[in-house]
Design a binder for this molecule. Structure first.
Ligand SMILES: C[S@@+](CC[C@H](N)C(=O)[O-])C[C@H]1O[C@@H](n2cnc3c(N)ncnc32)[C@H](O)[C@@H]1O
Length: 208
């Protein structure tokens, strides 16, 4: 099962489950990254149901997501069904790009970073938040054991065990963010970890 198919199946339960699994912290983790975004036109890449919209303030939001079922619940005025790896926008079309809890689902992180770089104006900023594994060996093992049990159990209670087993596995699909964003097409302006043992990261990338 691929990312968009998973989210198509859990769209109506997604916001509640996300809130439960993050113990209500998902919003403050998003906000910390949003604080770096300039005003103006912002692409919410993998915007889903629009959970970030209230915190994006009066920026002009273009919400993009490949899962029409998620996007149908998104109140943003401009909604586009598409993949991050192939953005249907002109070069330099955005002042900022925001993306929360999406990068683990991409089929190509380098391809998506190239596309974000292309659609940002010079000086534009991308702010990204996602889950990762803690850096320390012990913390990583504890975190892996925790998500192997907790995430599918909460998913099962919500009638979506298979989908949430996918989410657990996706956490091991990428290198740590410190490695993943270095040497890319944009300069890393800030990178931080938050949450228990640093299992959530935020990164701010600037197009020079
Ligand atoms: C965990 S949800 C996050 C939704 C929203 N950003 C939030 O903060 O609540 C992940 C979203 O990424 C979307 N997605 C999956 N693969 C994608 C891709 N290749 N490009 C863009 N979005 C993708 C899914 O359809 C889903 O809506």
């Amino acid at each position: 099962m691929r990312g968009p198919e998973v989210f198509a199946r859990i769209a109506r339960r997604y916001d509640t489950l996300n809130r439960v699994l993050s113990l209500g912290r998902d919003r403050s983790w998003r906000r910390r990254a949003i604080a770096y975004l300039p005003p103006g036109r912002v692409l919410d890449l993998g915007g889903g149901t629009g959970a970030a919209n209230p915190d994006l303030g009066d920026r002009q939001i273009v919400a993009l997501d490949p899962a029409p079922g998620m996007l149908a619940l998104n109140p943003a005025q401009r909604r586009v069904v598409a993949y991050g790896e192939s953005l249907p926008f002109e070069d330099g079309a955005f002042d900022g790009v925001f993306s929360a809890y999406v990068f683990r689902n991409l089929s190509s992180v380098p391809g998506t970073l190239q596309e974000i770089h292309r659609v940002l104006r010079p000086g534009g900023v991308a702010a990204i938040v996602d889950l990762t594994r803690p850096l320390g060996r012990v913390a990583r093992a504890v975190n892996r054991a925790g998500t192997a049990v907790v995430v599918p159990t909460v998913g099962m209670l919500a009638g979506a065990r298979r989908e949430y087993t996918y989410l657990h596995r996706s956490l091991d699909s990428l290198p740590p963010p410190e490695q993943m964003f270095s040497g890319g097409p944009m300069r890393v302006e800030a990178l931080w970890r938050m949450g228990l043992s640093g299992f959530v990261y935020g990164v701010v990338l600037r197009k020079e």
